[in-house]
Design a binder for this molecule. Structure first.
Ligand code: SAM
Length: 290
C-alpha cells in the first residue's frame, strides 16, 4: 500500500511528474484520504463477480481501489490530459478500462453491454464533479440502468437533499426523484482537507440503493414528476396556488376539492407531502384531466 495514489505525497508526485494543472471548471478535487476510500469501497460492496462504473477517475485515487476490489472497472474521464496519467499509474491492473468521454453525452446502456456483460451486478462508484452532480444522478436514475447501487461523493448539502424527509427545507424535487428510484443512506461526512486542492464546501458520501420497484405506484411517471415539479415551483406558495398553474385558474375550487378528497389540505406546501401523497394526488389530477 506504500504506493497508493490517494496520499498527499504520491498525488503531488504524479502531478509534478506529468506537469498537470487543475481545472476548477471540471470540478477537479482529488481524494488523498485512505480512510474515506475505505468507507466508499466498503459501502460499494464489490467483489470479483461485480463491476464498477466510475465517473471522473482523475489521477486514479479511487480507480485503483476499485480495480483491487471489483472484477471489472470502467472509468469515464472527460479531460484528455488525464488519460496518459491514468494509463501510467494504473498499468498494473488489467481489469480497468479508461474511456475518454463526457458521461452526460454517453450512451450508458451501450457502455453497460460493452463493459459489464460478464458481471453479476454493477454499481456506480464515484467522487463526482460537483458542477454537474444533479444532471449525472438524474441521468443514472432516469435511464433505468441495470445498476445495483450508486455510491458517490457529493457536496454535503446535496447529499442531505437526496436523503431528506418531508417537512424540512432540504426536501424537494431531488429528494423525491432519488427516493422514487432508490433508498438513500448517508455513509459519512468528508472534510475539505481530504482533497487536493481542498474544495470550498464540505462533502459527504451517500449510497443510493436501487429499489426493485419504484417507491410508489403511479399510472404515468411523467405526470407524477410534472405534479411534483409544479408543487415546488414557488416554495413559499401553497399547494393549491402552485398547482393552479397545472389545473387552470378557473378550476381552483375544483382543485381544492380534489386535494381534500386525497386527504391533503390545499393550504399545505409542497415540501410537506410524502411520495405516497404525491402518488395519490397525481392519480386524482390525471383522472380529472388536469
Ligand atoms: N476520482 C478522482 C478522485 O477521487 O480523486 C477525481 C474526482 S474529481 C472530483 C472529478 C473528476 O471528474 C475529474 O477528474 C474531472 O476531470 C472529471 N469530470 C468532470 N466532468 C466530467 C464529465 N462530464 N464526464 C466525465 N468526467 C468528468
Amino acid at each position: 500500500a506504500g504506493t497508493d495514489i490517494a496520499t498527499p505525497g504520491r498525488t503531488k508526485d504524479i502531478i509534478r511528474k506529468h506537469g498537470f494543472t487543475f481545472k476548477k471548471s471540471l470540478g477537479q478535487n482529488f481524494l488523498v484520504d485512505q480512510n474515506i476510500l475505505d468507507k466508499i469501497v466498503e459501502a460499494a460492496d464489490l467483489g470479483p463477480s461485480r463491476g464498477a462504473l466510475e465517473i471522473g477517475p482523475g489521477i486514479g485515487a479511487l480507480t485503483e481501489r476499485l480495480a483491487r476490489e471489483a472484477g471489472r472497472v470502467a472509468a469515464l474521464e472527460i479531460d484528455p490530459r488525464l488519460l496518459p496519467i491514468l494509463r501510467d499509474v494504473l498499468a498494473d491492473y488489467n481489469n480497468v478500462n479508461i474511456v475518454h468521454a463526457d458521461v452526460l453525452k454517453t450512451d450508458l446502456h451501450r457502455l453497460w453491454q460493452e463493459q459489464f456483460s460478464g458481471c453479476e451486478r454493477v454499481s456506480v462508484v464515484a467522487n463526482l464533479p460537483y458542477y454537474v452532480t444533479t444532471p449525472i444522478i438524474m441521468k443514472l436514475l432516469e435511464e433505468r440502468l441495470p445498476l445495483d447501487a450508486i455510491v458517490v461523493m457529493v457536496q454535503k448539502e446535496v447529499a442531505e437533499r437526496m436523503a431528506a424527509s418531508p417537512g424540512g427545507k432540504e426536501y424537494g424535487t431531488l429528494s423525491i426523484a432519488v427516493q422514487y428510484y432508490c433508498e438513500p443512506e448517508l455513509v459519512c461526512s468528508v472534510p475539505s482537507g481530504a482533497f487536493i486542492p481542498a474544495p470550498n464546501v464540505d462533502s459527504a458520501v451517500i449510497r443510493l440503493k436501487r429499489r426493485p420497484e419504484p417507491a410508489v405506484r403511479v399510472s404515468d411517471e411523467a405526470s407524477f414528476f410534472r405534479v411534483v415539479h409544479a408543487s415546488f415551483a414557488q416554495r413559499r406558495k401553497t399547494l393549491s396556488n402552485n398547482l393552479a398553474a397545472l389545473a387552470g385558474k378557473d378550476r381552483k375550487a375544483e382543485l381544492a376539492g380534489l386535494l381534500e378528497s386525497c386527504g391533503i389540505k390545499p393550504e399545505r406546501r409542497g415540501e410537506t407531502l410524502s411520495l405516497e401523497e404525491y402518488a395519490r394526488l397525481t392519480e386524482a389530477l390525471v383522472g380529472a384531466g388536469m
